[in-house]
Design a protein around this ligand. Structure first.
Ligand code: EPZ
Length: 422
């Protein structure tokens, strides 16, 4: 039950290295279940969500070893039932369904419960796996998918009310790698994390083409083999530190980024009057706070649009940007838990119908605030960097789910922060 004390007003500067992507690591770790051979995954961030995934793999019977950012998985003999006690702690456990169903022809996974960021059904996942021939039962809070005769390739559309689904695309793509025949996914998610998973699966001997576009084709194969893979950089962690630099920075450099994955975030920051420069290789960038920050309109969209996972951080930036800005979330319209806490720090925000209208104030003031979810807690940390006095961010476990040692990285940039064990 750690909390973070942020003593505001100290400018940040210098350089840090961005970690591997949490949202790429989770499905890639699950995909290791598709073979009984050794799989080595490097640059897996040391965050609680990847620890949960390692515990689930171990609970299923896989042999797992972890050493400084590298995870070796050997899923020689595994069960088809994911351990409820761990699965209930992390929604992303749903990406167990595809690999288990493909490998064991049956899987039992706990249905995800409620989520503070909004309604998160799994109907599209089920639709996709049923299209490959699975049958579904719901019993005792679990979803049970079976395909005793094995999966068969098919064409399936994965577009829902709020657009494509990232983990749904991952689940169907993983299941289809061992199906008989060819699968075509239309309205597939195009996120870089989906591409990284496809690259990983292809390095195991899968035949996937079109990842990164809305149409993915998977030719099923008889079996997959072991591999070694480096996970892509975390574009949301990078985006979070880019906003920190725009808020409180005097020249901050982020190493190990991927320029192509940051286009929407970069253009939003430039639109808001801040400077972002990438080096020639596009694998490092330097951010300077603009002399005249400007209000802006941001609307989230599936990739390559502006990411919903960067919506809260931008709201924190606009809280002290002169003028009126608007942030709309089209993917999770209720994802505004951070706004009530920012208002406790003196922000002027009005939330209605999936949009936050933010009128910039001169300065926020430090206060005790409550983290509610991963990205909302990041927004509170950012707002606290320039607030008057000390902000106390409680329930820090939310931020530890997806940011590797965020307090140490902020300290490396000169921020005045303290992690306190409660
Ligand atoms: C992934 O979640 C990310 N998580 C989320 O990041 C991210 O916010 C989200 O994609 C959107 O970019 C991981 O990669 C582990 P979706 P996912 O299925 O796949 C609706 C973070 O902060 N939907 O793409 O679960 C859904 O309700 C996390 O790191 C259905 O209607 O999200 C939402 O409105 C939070 N039916 C939209 O689609 C379904 O079966 C997109 O959700 C599935 C989804």
């Amino acid at each position: 039950m750690d909390k973070l004390l942020v003593h505001g007003g100290t400018p940040i500067h210098g350089a840090i290295t961005i970690s591997g992507s949490k949202n790429a690591s989770l499905p890639i770790l699950a995909a290791a279940l598709l073979t009984d051979q050794d799989v080595v995954i490097r640059r897996v961030p040391d965050v609680s969500d990847t620890n949960y995934m390692v515990q689930i793999l171990t609970g299923l019977g896989a042999d797992v070893e972890r050493f400084s950012g590298t995870v070796r998985v050997t899923a020689a003999d595994i069960s088809d039932t994911a351990p409820y006690d761990i699965v209930r702690r992390m929604r992303a456990s749903v990406c167990m369904m595809g690999p288990l169903l493909a490998r064991k022809r049956r899987c039992v996974v706990a249905l995800p419960g409620g989520c503070v960021i909004g309604d998160r059904p799994i109907d599209l996942h089920i639709r996709g796996l049923e299209a490959l021939g699975a049958t579904t039962e719901f019993e005792g809070g679990n979803v049970i998918l079976s395909a005793p005769g094995g999966l068969k390739g098919a064409t399936v559309d994965l577009c829902g009310e709020n657009g494509p689904t990232v983990l749904g695309t991952d689940n169907v793509m993983m299941a289809a790698t061992l199906a008989e025949g060819t699968t075509t996914i239309t309205s597939a998610a195009c996120e870089p994390e989906v591409v990284d998973l496809a690259d990983f699966l292809n390095s195991m001997g899968a035949r996937i083409s079109g990842a990164g576009t809305s149409t993915i084709t998977i030719e099923g194969v008889g079996e997959l083999h072991g591999t070694v893979h480096n996970v892509i950089p975390d574009r949301i962690e990078a985006g979070t530190f880019m906003v920190a630099a725009a808020l409180a920075g005097e020249g901050v450099t982020l190493r190990r980024v991927h320029e192509g994955h940051l286009v929407a975030i970069t253009s939003a920051l430039r639109k808001a009057g801040h400077q972002v420069h990438f080096n020639d290789n596009g694998d490092a960038c330097t951010i300077h706070r603009g002399d005249t920050p400007m209000p802006a309109e941001i609307s989230t969209d599936p990739y390559p649009g502006y990411p919903t996972d960067m919506q809260a951080q931008m709201t924190a930036l606009f809280a002290t940007t002169p003028g009126t800005s608007r942030v709309t979330d089209t993917i999770f319209p209720q994802r505004f838990m951070h706004c009530a806490e920012l208002k406790r720090m003196g922000a002027d925000i009005h939330v209605a119908d999936g949009q936050a209208q933010i009128t910039g104030v001169k300065k926020l003031s430090g206060a005790p605030v409550m983290a509610s979810d991963l990205r909302a807690s990041a927004a509170l940390v950012l707002a606290a960097l320039t607030a008057e006095g000390t902000t106390e961010i409680n329930r820090l476990y939310h931020i530890d789910r997806g940011y590797e040692h965020i307090d140490e990285k902020l300290e490396a940039l000169g921020a005045n922060v303290e992690r306190v064990r409660v």
